[in-house]
Design a protein around this ligand. Structure first.
Ligand code: ZN
Length: 268
């Protein structure tokens, strides 16, 4: 299936690596070598390539975290940026993401220190979200979105870039698939360099909890019981990652030294 433009404009023209796009990946790997060289020149003087006691790591070329104590929950969009709006239910992505992070926070209560990137209908620039995430130590970031695309496409999708985010991404995607009745007509788990998957110095994953553009999925998402099930499953995935790290999530992906994602890369 070709790439399509997401209605919430998170991913347009960005770089993705997915098994279905093996040929594309080959070219990306060539690009990555050049990018690695450039990145080292640009950033080696001001950042540490290794981790620190706070859990911060510029590249994230290490196994996924275990024993983290803080979970940053980022409700996508907000304020003047509504994200996608469902033509079927009229629901706006920014409202649904805020609803979801509050549910996940409740599910995690008592297990973690949780930080909501926003707890109201507030616009926050993506780069500011990265800066806020980097203030937290021993933490992971989960950014919550809903998707939009061609009407027949449905199902949850998960985006990650860093090696240390692969295990958590796998768990979050599996958790959503367990709740969603969707056919596999989507991209599932995708390695993609976005500002919220590449730029934070902590493990970071972006989840798309379903397609607001799909008639029956939009109806499902409008049901609060369904959203609660999805939130509960996502929280359980986070707890499992903290308990056992990457165990059981398969081989780690190759490290890629790509530069930070910039606003000029793509409309987000
Ligand atoms: Zn979005």
């Amino acid at each position: 299936m070709p790439f399509f433009v997401s209605g919430c404009f998170d991913f347009v023209l960005d770089i993705a690596i997915h098994p279905r796009y093996a040929l594309l990946s080959h070219h990306i790997m060539k690009y990555s070598s050049l990018a690695a060289l450039a990145s080292l020149v640009l950033f080696s003087s001001c950042t540490s390539p290794t981790g620190s006691s706070s859990g911060h790591d510029y590249w994230g070329h290490r196994p996924g975290p275990r024993g983290f104590t803080t979970v940053i929950l980022d409700a996508g969009h907000g304020g003047k940026d509504s994200g996608a709006t469902s033509r079927w239910t009229g629901q706006r992505e920014k409202d649904l993401t805020l609803d979801m992070v509050k549910r996940i926070k409740s599910e995690l209560a008592g297990s973690f220190h949780t930080v909501l990137m926003r707890d109201s209908d507030e616009f926050i620039e993506l780069d500011d979200r990265v800066l806020r995430a980097n203030r937290q130590g021993n933490a992971v970031l989960v950014s919550v979105h809903f998707n939009s695309g061609p009407q027949q496409v449905r199902g949850p999708e998960t985006y990650y870039w860093r090696v240390d985010s692969h295990g958590l991404a796998s768990r979050l995607q599996a958790a959503m698939e367990n709740v969603s009745p969707a056919e596999r007509a989507n991209r599932e788990k995708v390695r993609r360099r976005l500002r919220l998957t590449r730029n934070p110095e902590i493990p970071c994953v972006l989840v798309e909890c379903g397609y607001l553009s799909h008639a029956s999925e939009a109806q499902l998402v409008s049901n609060s019981d369904y959203r609660q099930k999805m939130a509960s499953a996502l929280a359980e995935a986070i707890r499992t990652q903290a308990a056992v790290g990457d165990a059981g999530t398969g081989p780690l992906p190759q490290p890629i030294n790509a530069p930070p994602s910039r606003a000029s890369d793509a409309p987000e």
